[in-house]
Design a protein around this ligand. Structure first.
Ligand code: M6R
Length: 365
């Protein structure tokens, strides 16, 4: 049942190239840049005209929501707000029929997300669901929605469901841009970038042994910091969540530029810092953040792009991944972070599939 892998989590990490293709199947037509999202077709025009979009979710699904915010604002230029479902439901949110609420949930049963969905409906908003479990409560109660089609996710730590959620949000952002903010040629280019992702993920999975070696060096760490910017700031949060929930190492994710406003005080020789350092507009800024960590004796693990010569000099460890257009990079950068937490957790003899105190679906408040 684990397909030859030691744990469901590892199986699910390695399934991602296939799952990603399944998520795109029937939804992406490359030759004419068409995105088909059957589940929301009838609501598409209404969503395009929304005053704003509010995304509500918890945990890893909330991180996917943050990436969704960056994607929808970048492509479709519709203003997006992302909230923890648990906060949203208790703060009397300002919402009416001109707003669209997107709820994201792997299980489709998370109590807080379900309560947020019911509140949004009560206030007259149109509610769209992005769920993995077919026929789940959240999927049934939304006005319309899209399934992630990632297949059953058994590991408590969400991996393939997360990348599937990001792909659905990416496709939604493109569908909302069509005829408005992006021309057909641009949409086609972004779809091509997305279609190239599964093979690139396959290459990243080949780094498994290299990541295991890094995990051996840091398995006894007490803390770990994850830094990224832009589309990859939520990936830093997700990397930190993955590590803390299965290895019980305290970890924090931050936007890299925020380091100087506090977290830098934590840096010493016992603090590993994972940098998402792709060659993009903020690359040189990230390099100076790396230097700041180095000069305080922090250990640097960098996720960088193949062919990047500079970073090897600065970082203690570099994981080279294929380069890609900015909006798809979260789908690539998150993979080594998932694998790193998996190895650290197993080296510490933690039960990765069933971490302590956690449940696969949180049906209590
Ligand atoms: O089923 P959901 O996506 O609604 O679950 C939300 C969170 O409970 C979930 O993502 C949790 O944070 C995971 N353990 C993360 O790996």
């Amino acid at each position: 049942e684990k397909g030859g892998f030691d744990h469901f989590m590892l199986k699910e990490i390695f399934e991602q190239p296939t799952v990603m293709k399944d998520v795109m199947r029937g939804r992406v037509r490359l030759d004419d840049g068409l995105v088909r999202l059957g589940g929301i077709e009838d609501y598409l025009e209404q969503i395009k005209g929304a005053r704003r979009i509010v995304i509500c979710a918890c945990g890893t699904s909330w991180h996917a929501g943050l990436i969704g915010e960056y994607l929808i604002e970048e492509f479709a230029r519709i203003s997006v707000e992302v909230d923890y479902a648990s906060e949203f439901r208790y703060r009397n949110p300002i919402l009416d029929k001109n707003d669209v609420v997107i709820v994201i949930s792997q299980s489709g049963e998370t109590a807080d997300t379900l309560a947020a969905l019911r509140l949004a409906k009560e206030k007259g908003a149109t509610v769209i669901g992005i769920c993995n479990v077919v026929g789940s409560t959240i999927a049934r109660e939304t006005h319309c929605g899209m399934y992630t089609h990632a297949g059953p996710e058994i590991g408590v730590a969400s991996t393939k469901a997360f990348t599937a959620q990001v792909i659905v949000l990416y496709l939604l952002a493109l569908a909302l841009s069509k005829g408005r903010t992006l021309d057909d040629h641009e949409i086609e280019l972004y779809l091509r970038e997305l279609s190239a992702v599964p093979d690139k993920v396959g290459k990243i999975l080949d780094l498994n042994d290299q990541i295991l070696a890094i995990a051996r060096s840091y398995k006894d760490s007490k803390n770990c910091l994850y830094l990224g910017r832009g589309f990859n700031f939520p990936v830093a949060l997700e990397g930190a969540l993955k590590l803390k929930e299965i290895s019980y190492i305290h970890a924090e994710g931050y936007p890299a530029a925020e380091m100087k406003h506090g977290p830098i005080a934590l840096i010493d020789e016992d603090m590993p810092v994972v940098f998402i350092a792709n060659c993009d507009a903020t690359y040189t800024k990230i390099l100076s953040n790396i230097e700041e960590v180095r000069s305080r004796k922090g250990k640097v693990i960098a996720i960088a792009n193949e062919g990047d010569e500079d970073i090897g000099v600065l970082a203690d460890h570099v994981l080279y991944i294929p380069s890609a257009a900015g909006p798809v990079t979260p789908l690539l950068n998150v993979i080594p972070l998932q694998i790193l937490s998996y190895h650290i957790a197993t080296l510490r003899n933690c039960n990765v599939d069933r971490p302590r105190n956690l449940a696969k679906s949180v049906t209590v408040e």
